[in-house]
Design a protein around this ligand. Structure first.
Ligand code: URA
Length: 226
């Protein structure tokens, strides 16, 4: 009885509040909510869409999509190329050998995916045999990445490797030329600074590139501190 009266009252209240508001009742909880919240984008909403996405053929060959993970108002957003075997198995970005090296590199400049960094990829599903994503696959996934950037508003983007750097900056310049340099990336209504560096998989294959990669990380740290 009390519940019926309350419901009625709230229905009437919602009329006064106008169409931008709704009543939500869950078990014992009744809330007046701003219905625009239902349409608001969120990192979880994007992740849910990614997990069921079939916008390109990678959607049918993946085991799990790896939407991205990390801090929700990050200093840095790391963007890699796409999930590998371990990432595909776990549905998380950068959790294989390259990911372990990436975590160490980030830790060396006081960054981590648990506190101040978000990690994502250009494509969210593993390309078969870890081939480079095709341009049409990157294009089909681009709106997810743009929405992630726009929501997260990172202070800096670290483009990890050739594919991420070339895709983000829409260039075919080689990574040796791009690394250690900062560029502007437009996403939503804002512009974000991007620093390009070598991919950790590449550093695992050729350790001699670790020195310049370390210089890039120090540059990133100095930009964050300035
Ligand atoms: N390489 C990438 O570019 N991304 C990952 O998530 C894993 C490996």
């Amino acid at each position: 009885m009390i519940k019926a009266v309350l419901t009625n009252f709230l229905d009437i209240t919602s009329c006064f509040l106008g169409s931008g508001y709704r009543i939500r009742q869950n078990d014992n909880k009744t809330e007046i909510i701003d219905s625009e919240d239902d349409n608001a984008d969120s990192i979880d909403k994007i992740a849910d869409e990614i997990k069921v996405c079939r916008n390109c053929s990678l959607g049918s060959s993946r085991t799990n999509a790896a939407p991205g993970e990390g801090a929700l108002n990050p200093l840095v957003m790391v963007i890699g190329e796409g999930p590998g075997e371990e990432e595909d198995r776990q549905g998380r970005p950068f959790v294989g050998k390259a990911g372990q090296l990436l975590d160490k590199m980030l830790a060396s400049i006081s960054l981590s995916r648990t506190t101040n960094t978000f990690i994502a990829n250009v494509v969210k599903c593993r390309p078969p045999k870890n081939r480079d994503p095709y341009p049409e696959e990157a294009a089909a996934c681009a709106h997810f990445l743009e929405r992630q950037i726009t929501l997260l508003k990172p202070k800096y983007i670290l483009a990890s490797g050739r594919v991420a750097s070339q895709t983000l900056l829409k260039t075919s310049e080689n990574i040796g030329k791009l690394r250690g340099r900062c560029f502007d990336l437009a996403a939503g209504n804002d512009t974000y600074p991007v620093l390009c560096t070598y991919h950790p998989s590449f550093l695992l294959r050729d350790e001699s590139y670790k020195r310049p990669a370390w210089e890039d990380l120090k540059l990133l740290r100095s930009k964050l501190d300035s």
